[in-house]
Design a protein around this ligand. Structure first.
Ligand code: PMP
Ligand code: GLN
Length: 412
């Protein structure tokens, strides 16, 4: 193994995906729907590959199929409050993962510091390490109020955050809405981050793959729309999330041409281009959504959160009836739940893993029910902040969620 990959051998999705499959567990672990995506998007893929344009089966433009980047410019222009140049201010890669990888590789020099807010989507840390950068962590801390929390009760300490910025800081990765917590950052919180980015001349990588999954009463604000932030922000999106097709693996980065260029330089030599039919289908699917933006009841980008809301309620009730204490997410489709007040002990498995890893492994083997241990979303030194929580995914068929409820009710 190349030296620069040492320390990144473990992967939570590989390990816990395998464990769930081995035990045929009811799976509220990895984030993907267990029911079909919107039919019109599937139809667009069928149309793309069965139509009479034979070039659909061949390579397309490296930085994104022209149809797709044009459509994305049209979709995001109004949300970003500016005209987007589709050829220079947007780039496409293999999922949001691909965009994040291109951004980190394309922008970070060895020794550069990158601030990561905990809990964080686990790939940020190894990506920064592989680029030779130094991840610097700052945790969201839950309010000490007992009982059920909202993800809004998890906050950054302004002084702690500002103490992490220095002349060595190259970038900050903000995940809004956040995975695993579901936090949707408020305008005040984003302004605080933005002010520090401007003061220290820092780039913001804003991972907004859950941008459409924001629950009533909450508003998703793009940090790129705050004054002075467009110039220094790469906004990351994902077709897999927008259309509930995680297997399609198509992502986009939007930002100023001089930053986007850095992602493209990496992408053109390491990936070159993404599958043409997938790009065409996503473009046509989004073309349709654009015509429905003023009809929220017909626009999948808006109905998705409405469809998820009762699922969120159902899961929260099942978990709290059982004795876990869920944090109700303002966005996304995951829920963190505190397992430290459960009135039973699980046997020690002899590993020196954090408690949540042991808990999920035991639950998967013994109860055929699986989730994701939350300390995987914390840096090594902060594992103790994560180990009393477990993450559950609720973009699942109602029947799956009901089964989970029954399993918890009949636990003994
Ligand atoms: N960012 C976050 C916060 C995620 O949860 C995920 C998971 N899919 C990704 C990025 C990667 O997205 P994609 O599947 O489009 O690569
Ligand atoms: N983003 C998804 C999750 O958080 C899946 C990530 C993955 O499978 N690598 O569950």
């Amino acid at each position: 193994l190349a030296d620069r990959l040492k320390g990144t051998e473990k992967n939570i999705w590989v390990d816990f995906g395998k464990l769930a499959a081995e035990h045929k567990a009811l799976n509220l672990g990895q984030g993907f729907p267990d029911y079909p995506p919107p039919q019109h998007v599937v139809n667009e893929l069928v149309k793309a590959i069965t139509g009479n344009n034979s070039l659909i089966h061949q390579y397309t433009r490296s930085y994104g199929n022209p149809h797709l980047v044009n459509t994305l410019a049209k979709l995001y222009g109004p949300f970003l409050g500016r005209d987007i140049d589709p050829m220079n201010e947007i780039t496409i890669s293999v999922g949001a993962y691909g965009i994040l990888f291109c951004a980190v590789q394309g922008l970070i020099n060895p020794g550069d510091e990158v601030i990561i807010i905990e809990p964080f989507f686990d790939c940020y840390e190894p990506m920064v390490m592989v680029a030779g950068g130094k991840p610097v962590f700052v945790p969201l801390r839950p309010a000490e109020k007992g009982g059920m929390l909202s993800s809004a009760d998890w906050k950054l300490d302004p002084e702690e955050l500002s103490s992490k910025f220095s002349s060595r800081t190259k970038a900050i990765i903000v995940n809004n809405p956040n995975n695993p917590l579901g936090k949707v950052f408020s305008r005040d919180e984003l302004e605080m981050i933005a002010d520090l980015c401007k003061k220290h001349d820092v780039i913001c990588i804003s991972d907004e793959v859950y941008e459409w999954m924001v629950y009533e009463g909450n508003k998703h604000i793009k940090i790129a729309t705050l004054p002075g932030m467009w110039e220094r922000t790469i906004t990351v999106g994902s077709a897999g999330k927008a259309f509930s097709v995680t297997g399609w693996k198509l992502g986009w980065g939007i930002g100023p041409a001089q930053l986007i260029k850095c992602l493209q330089v990496l992408h053109q030599n390491c990936i070159y281009t993404c599958p043409t039919p997938i790009q065409e289908a996503v473009a046509s699917g989004l073309d349709y959504e654009i015509t429905q933006l003023n009809h929220p009841e017909k626009c999948y980008l808006y109905t998705l959160a409405k469809e998820l809301l009762p699922k969120r309620e159902l899961l929260a009730k099942s978990l709290s009836d059982f004795g876990m204490i869920p944090t109700i997410p303002e966005g996304g489709y995951f829920m963190m739940a505190d397992i430290s007040k459960l009135n039973f002990e699980i046997p020690d498995d002899g590993t020196d893993d954090p408690y949540d890893f042991k808990f999920v492994r035991w639950m998967t083997k013994e109860k055929k029910f699986t989730a994701i241990p939350t300390s995987a979303f914390y840096s090594r030194n902060h594992r103790s902040l994560g180990e009393k929580f477990v993450r559950f995914c609720f973009i699942k068929d109602d029947k799956t969620l009901q089964k989970a409820g029954e399993l918890l009710r009949d636990w003994k």
